[in-house]
Write a protein that binds this ligand. Structure first.
Ligand code: HEM
Length: 247
């Protein structure tokens, strides 16, 4: 017999287990942390995924929900990372277009809008179940983000101030932020229409992230060393930014 469903958080965890594994497989960290170019392409893919989802979440009326949504936005972290990486040498994508604007212009060129997940940005504001289901995925990703952040630092020499802000996430506050989120989430209850909507929305959100990541080209490693010199400012001479790992 199936174990009784205790809370919506545990229901979401159980019913999106496969979706999490699929997203994790799509991230394919070994490949995407193999060079600054591959890492930048990953951040751009995550930017494409987060932008419409955050836009939808921002349309929800969070007042009284127990969530201060402004504290949980992550798009600015991705923007900060892409801005920091802009000065570093990033291989062109398959079409020869620069993966990151070199001139301080739009971080996401117009042609990439076409790759944005359809339907996620438009439509009426999400219902409570939908909003919490979407936010569950983005908030949960900060848990795995702790592991990824450490890898980003170790393999690429980037930290929260320079290209590693997104995966740094809430840092030391991660546990407390997750507790705060799940407490608010669980008020919806584990069964009923809100819970059904949350599970469906969480699955869709995982799929959006997975699809955006899979669409991202992984540029070939241009030289033997993936690391930026962690001690150098982001505006350092790009020709020097692939210096060998420090001892
Ligand atoms: C290589 C990629 C990833 C790794 C290694 C990873 C790893 C993890 C780990 C270790 C946890 C459990 C943390 C804990 O209980 O303290 C976790 C939870 C979670 N992750 Fe990931 N993750 C990855 C990618 C993602 C992605 C891309 C998303 C979303 C788009 C995501 C969403 C979640 C969610 C929602 C949870 C919470 C599950 C729960 O309710 O307990 N993860 N992840």
């Amino acid at each position: 017999m199936d174990a009784p469903i205790t809370t919506l958080r545990f229901r979401l965890r159980d019913e999106t287990l496969q979706a999490h594994q699929d997203a994790e497989a799509a991230l394919d960290l070994d490949r995407r942390l193999a060079s600054l170019g591959a890492y930048t392409a990953l951040l751009r893919a995550l930017y494409r995924a987060h932008r419409p989802i955050e836009a939808r979440l921002a349309a929800f009326e969070w007042a009284g929900s127990g969530i201060a949504f402004a504290e949980r936005r992550k798009l600015a972290w991705l923007e900060a990372d892409l801005a920091a990486l802009r000065a570093l040498p990033v291989p062109a994508d398959a079409a020869g277009a620069p993966r990151v604007a070199a001139d301080g212009g739009a971080l996401v060129p117009a042609d990439e809008d076409a790759a944005a997940p359809p339907g996620d940005e438009d439509g009426p504001p999400p219902s409570p179940g939908e909003a919490f289901g979407m936010l569950y995925v983005l908030e949960g990703s900060t848990l795995g983000g702790r592991i990824i952040g450490r890898e980003v630092a170790a393999r690429l020499g980037l930290d929260a101030d320079r290209g590693g802000r997104f995966f740094h996430g809430y840092g030391a506050r991660t546990g407390a932020m997750w507790q705060g989120f799940t407490a608010a989430l669980d008020r919806l209850g584990p069964t009923g229409p809100d819970a059904e909507a949350a599970v469906a929305a969480a699955r869709r959100t995982f799929e959006t992230v997975r699809r955006c990541v899979l669409q991202a080209e992984v540029p070939p490693v241009a030289d033997g060393s993936p690391r930026a010199d962690a001690g150098r400012a982001a505006t350092a001479d790009p020709s020097e930014a692939t210096s060998p790992p420090r001892p």
